[in-house]
Design a protein around this ligand. Structure first.
Ligand SMILES: C[S@@+](CC[C@H](N)C(=O)[O-])C[C@H]1O[C@@H](n2cnc3c(N)ncnc32)[C@H](O)[C@@H]1O
Length: 276
């Protein structure tokens, strides 16, 4: 018999585990959601109780199961050129941003990149909008906590429906059709893939001291919403240390930097510039 009701004590165990491992902060109101989502995992794995599922996760640290756990309480939803006003801002200000870079080096971090749509959008955007694109040294770091979404991101393969909403010529110019069995897919071109390094990185427990270079832009969108205020403030301070002077931080439209006002100047809603 597989349990379907989580006890308050079991919920507490998951709440602490999830907070410590990924920084996702679950309120009491999420108990019902956790119960219904995790009971599906109990069934899938044939584990009789929530407590045993918790013990399994803690003991094994099984990546695949951690992915299921994180997916059960948050979302990997993403899309190409999400948050349109940010791309409009970048387009209008790109020559000024590039003008301040005499070394012709551009370093960009897509933190919490999910299945890759965000870093590939950055790569396409730069190729489309930089007249002297080829003469620049461009590196995009793309990270996520989930190996599973990173594997999809690395493949660079998407279905036709994922590309809807993008200008038609972007699909023609930046993707090539490939087949996955009978399904037709589109794979992002190698020249853009070469700009991106994908890595696993936990924004909550990760070691920020490993970043030697300063980033010109950091995209950290639609993930901070899951963290509590303290973890958000710590993360945004960590970004401050590794952003270059006057460099930009892009966050999700429903997120804000209320606790870090001294470190950043608001450029537009959800776009911030590092104060020196
Ligand atoms: C909703 S997606 C956002 C994707 C993209 N940034 C966007 O705005 O479209 C959130 C991503 O955050 C990742 N994530 C959740 N907690 C994380 C953590 N502690 N460190 C790094 N990534 C995390 C998830 O795996 C998921 O892929």
């Amino acid at each position: 018999m597989i349990e379907t009701k989580i006890t308050q004590r079991e919920f507490e165990l998951f709440r602490v585990f999830i907070y410590e491992e990924v920084g996702i902060s679950l309120s009491e109101q999420k108990m019902g959601l956790v119960q219904s989502r995790l009971s599906k995992r109990l069934k899938a794995l044939n584990i009789p109780t929530f407590k045993e599922y918790y013990e399994y996760l803690k003991r094994s640290r099984d990546d695949e199961e951690m992915f299921h756990l994180i997916s059960a309480i948050s979302t990997n939803v993403t899309s190409f050129f999400r948050e349109k006003p940010q791309w409009d801002y970048l387009k209008a200000n790109l020559s000024e941003i590039l003008g301040s870079k005499s070394n012709k080096k551009l370093r960009i971090w897509s933190a919490a990149c999910s299945s890759g749509e965000e870093p590939y959008s950055i790569a396409m955007f730069l190729k489309e909008n930089m007249a002297d694109f080829r003469s620049w040294d461009i590196k995009i770091l793309a990270t996520d906590i989930s190996k599973k979404v990173l594997a999809k991101a690395i493949s660079g393969r998407y279905q036709g429906k994922d590309l809807e909403g993008m200008p038609k010529h972007y699909v023609q110019d930046h993707f090539k059709p490939v087949t996955n069995g009978v399904i037709k897919e589109f794979q992002i071109n190698q020249d853009l893939r070469n700009l991106i390094t994908f890595r696993m990185f936990n924004l909550i427990n990760g070691d920020f001291s490993m970043f030697r270079n300063h980033f010109d832009m950091i995209f950290c969108r639609n993930v901070m919403i899951y963290f509590d205020g303290e973890s958000q403030a710590q993360l945004v301070s960590n970004f401050h240390k590794i952003l270059g002077n006057k460099s930009l931080l892009f966050i999700g439209h429903s997120e804000s930097l209320t606790r870090n006002q001294k470190e950043y100047k608001t450029v537009k809603p959800s776009i911030y510039q590092k104060n020196s």
